[in-house]
Ligand binder design. Sequence first.
Ligand SMILES: CC(C)(COP(=O)(O)OP(=O)(O)OC[C@H]1O[C@@H](n2cnc3c(N)ncnc32)[C@H](O)[C@@H]1OP(=O)(O)O)[C@@H](O)C(=O)NCCC(=O)NCCS
Length: 304
Amino acid sequence: MNGIDVHGMRLRLRELAPGDEPGVLAIYGDREATRHLSFEPRSAEEVAGVVAGAVRSAGAEPRVEYVLAAVPHDAPEDIVGITRLATEPQRAATIGFALRPDSWGQGFGTEVVHLLCALGFGQLGLHRIWAARSPLNTASAETLRKAGMTEDGRIRDHVHVRGAWRDSIFHAILEHEWKSPWGSDSPRITHFAWGEIDAEGLARHKDLKVYPGGGRAWDWNETGTRHSPGVQVADVAEFAERGCEVVVLTRGVDLRLEVPDATVGFLRAKGIDVLVSDTASAITEYNRLVAEGRAVGGLFHTTC
Ligand SMILES: CC(C)(COP(=O)(O)OP(=O)(O)OC[C@H]1O[C@@H](n2cnc3c(N)ncnc32)[C@H](O)[C@@H]1OP(=O)(O)O)[C@@H](O)C(=O)NCCC(=O)NCCS
């Protein structure tokens, strides 16, 4: 899976790219940030290798490593954290994360672990995610605990670092144990532009279907949908199964996508309220319903 982009409340995880080296160096080159890690502060040259390796591993097929930058929604250049998820056999993965010291103590660490779980459980279909930390790394222990991970034991002489063998304490979480901090609420839409839409905890898509507890790409090929005759019953049937009380349907930016009466009638017959409008207005309305805590579904088309 390529082009990873996972959204949380304040941060998103995005792919690393050439040009990110100074942002990575501010973390991997920092003595405080690396104090408990399995490597010593890295040089600019080593960090350039990390970024190049991240870009390479993103293009590998199959992909087993996801080295991602944690950035604020509104400042994608501002790297506040570096994260890594590496998949293993048996639907497992190990994660690692480090934040820039000036961003510590604001809940970003916990959010980053949740975002890695959203990626692993929500998008990669993993069963188990684990992390290893230094026995002295209290901040990491508390962060992993707060994100819902259980301390599972000690690996003796796990890493050789700073001239000596060091044990690790490992923590793990299983797919059914992870509770998204976004709860069973419908995910809020955080960004929309022509051809792209983001929602909390989900990857970026062109067309998106969201409902209480999650969402996924809305793939027109699944149902053979076209602009005309438009959104079919097959596109919306899932909303009833997912317990929606209200559904927002978009007609696209230029209202080219049709919404037949039969589709609206199908939902209303199941006691579900239906709102139909252009994409921008629909997003405003949808987010308002989310804020009110309504069990809302949405079908978003981001082009004409
Ligand atoms: C570990 C790290 C990511 C935590 O990030 P953070 O944004 O400060 O963490 P949060 O703000 O989400 O805090 C999560 C919990 O940990 C606690 N915590 C954070 N730092 C702590 C510290 N130094 N000592 C004790 N508890 C600490 C917080 O109080 C919070 O618990 P609470 O809400 O019950 O009070 C950050 O310190 C870091 O990047 N360290 C260097 C790299 C590293 O050690 N990575 C982990 C490798 S396994």
